[in-house]
Ligand binder design. Structure first.
Ligand SMILES: *Cc1c(COP(=O)(O)O)cnc(C)c1O
Length: 234
């Protein structure tokens, strides 16, 4: 079994190669550790190996893990919410969350607006897009996302920073490419139709099986679980 530090090195090599193929710089891409089912010692091992951004799917887990990682002496780690988000959980995130990746409705955005205002913060968010149209996937349909992006610009305590997607599961990384291209094209269309470019500066796409393809297609945030921590047992 490789150590987490060895896995980080492997990822950095592959990331650099994908960047070279795409004419990009590794500095443009944030590696986000996806920590669902992972323990605090595993997360701390990743952080000690240089990971600075962590993402959790479940809000209670996110808050508990943040507290424990803070207490272990890493208060500067950035915490992202990457899972489907219920409105009644938003208030636990708005005091500290670096980026909420999974906004898919105006009602959710309005709750974020309300809770962020209460703690006098502006909450960065991404719109989750269901580019594949798979029924099992969360996220708005592309047409709905165009409307949502415009509506979000009205909210003073919500800052739209881009789009996120999950490609359908496949053993073949190339199967994800059209979905990643679709996400990038949607971001480009939004900017062409008048949305300020900073509102589309992030594309959160690519997981352990397809992050190199995602980087080739313009990802700025890749979300890695198994590539970083090894296979999930749960
Ligand atoms: C689990 C998860 C990941 C990481 O998945 P791996 O295939 O283990 O890299 C990324 N994003 C989200 C939203 C996840 O739930």
């Amino acid at each position: 079994m490789k150590t987490i530090a060895e896995r980080v090195t492997d990822i950095e090599v592959k990331l650099a190669e994908a960047c070279r193929r795409a004419g990009r710089l590794p500095e443009e891409i944030t590696i986000l550790a996806a920590t669902k089912t992972r323990t605090i010692p595993e997360i701390i091992e990743a952080v000690a190996a240089g990971i600075t951004h962590v993402g959790e799917n479940y809000v209670q887990e996110l808050v508990a893990k943040k507290e424990q990682v803070d207490a272990a002496g890493y208060p500067d780690i950035r915490w992202h919410a990457i899972g489907h988000l219920q409105r009644n959980k938003v208030r636990f995130l708005t005091p500290f969350c670096t980026l909420i990746h999974s906004v898919d409705s105006l009602r959710l955005a309005q709750e974020i607006e309300k809770r962020a205002a209460q703690v006098d913060r502006v909450q960065p968010v991404l719109l989750e897009v269901n580019v594949s149209g798979e029924a099992s996937k969360f996220g708005g349909a592309p047409a709905q996302v165009v409307e949502l992006a415009t509506q979000l610009t009205e909210l003073a305590h919500v800052e739209l920073q881009g789009l996120m997607t999950m490609a359908p599961y496949s053993d073949d990384p190339e199967a994800s490419r059209p979905h990643f291209q679709a996400l990038r094209h949607l971001a480009e269309e939004l900017v062409e139709s008048g949305l300020p470019a900073p509102a589309m500066r992030h594309l959160s796409m690519g997981m352990s099986g397809d992050y190199e393809v995602a980087v080739e297609e313009g990802a700025t945030i890749i979300r890695l679980g198994t590539a970083l921590f090894g296979p999930r047992t749960q």
